[in-house]
Write a protein that binds this ligand. Sequence first.
Ligand code: DCP
Ligand code: CA
Ligand code: CA
Length: 367
Amino acid sequence: MRNRIVMLVDLDYFFAQAEETRNHSIRDKPVVVCVYSGRSENSGAVSTANYVARKLGVKSGMPIALAKRKLQNVDAIFLPVDEAFYEGISSRIMSILRDYSDRFEQVGIDEAYLDVSQRTNGSYEEAAGLARRIKDEIVKQHGLTCSVGIGPNKPIAKIAADIKKPDGLTVVRPEQTVEFLSPLPVERLIGVGVKTAEKMRALGVATIGNLAKRDVQGLIDVFGKKLGLYFHNASNGIDEEPVQEREEAESISRISTLKENTRDLSLILEKTNQQCEEIQADLENSGLNFKTVTVIAVMEDLSIRSRSRSLEKNTNRTEVLKGTVNGLFGKFLEEFNLEVRRVGVKVSGLAKDEKSQKQLTSFIKQG
Ligand code: DCP
Ligand code: CA
Ligand code: CA
């Protein structure tokens, strides 16, 4: 049987690196991307930070105030998250990755598994070359680095990608898996959290190698059948989960902050029209159309409001989307008396576009 080869591609310090691409001058400074809760100036949490900031002790999930203390004597850049901007980059990179894979599975905004067994003919050598080409293309097209792990299955590819960051490329051949996994702490395995790790440590199991040497029945006695078996297999580098396309997105949305709070419909529509066009591009790329349109607004007092309208039948026409959004926001402003701070558009009730379906069938028939 041919080698199975799975690749995990994960973008480095994604939100912060995305910010660096639109403002090169912040590159060498600590960059911290924040989710501001809006309650007071520094309330909220760090979403992510570049490696300059990480060296100074800043981490994802940390309170913004703490990050500011860690960086108080340096020229650091604090920015609010801009999901729409990152989503846009992400979807363009994902479509590059999809083109490089036999089978593709996106698992987060900045990472995906690629099954490349077929196109590399089971050669790890070729897979490494392919990974280098992918890395080059993402740098060339988007100016972003990523870290790649290559292995015989998903968990090994994932652990391999995490081992060397940023801009890493780690290849673990089937015959190297035991040697690769053995010295790593058990927490590296998916499903081993702090509590389980403690329990394992109490049994004298600290590394994946220790775990692999345990008798399966002993593990089943302690953790139950399902988990015991899983730990046994995982620590021995065994995993059969296929790389599988996820279900279609149930909705596509964009949200962003207005330059200033406003009740001016034309200013709002300027932003939402842009969002509608981005959504339309996503729909087009995935051959989908929509039935329901939702407008979302974060008001000046940070309350969130939304209004929806469902159409008679599915469509993917931008004019219909823009028109519906226009109508909904017009009514919306009559209904609420506050100024609007952030606006968003969401389409749902997604279905495969018949036209693209037909094209696909006729394409198959011809082929
Ligand atoms: N993210 C977040 N809050 C967290 C973790 C992550 O908002 N607690 C967001 C910001 C990250 C993005 O998700 O940029 C991707 O998460 P990763 O865990 O892949 O982390 P990064 O890409 O930031 O860093 P790394 O270079 O370690 O992959
Ligand atoms: Ca990442
Ligand atoms: Ca990630």
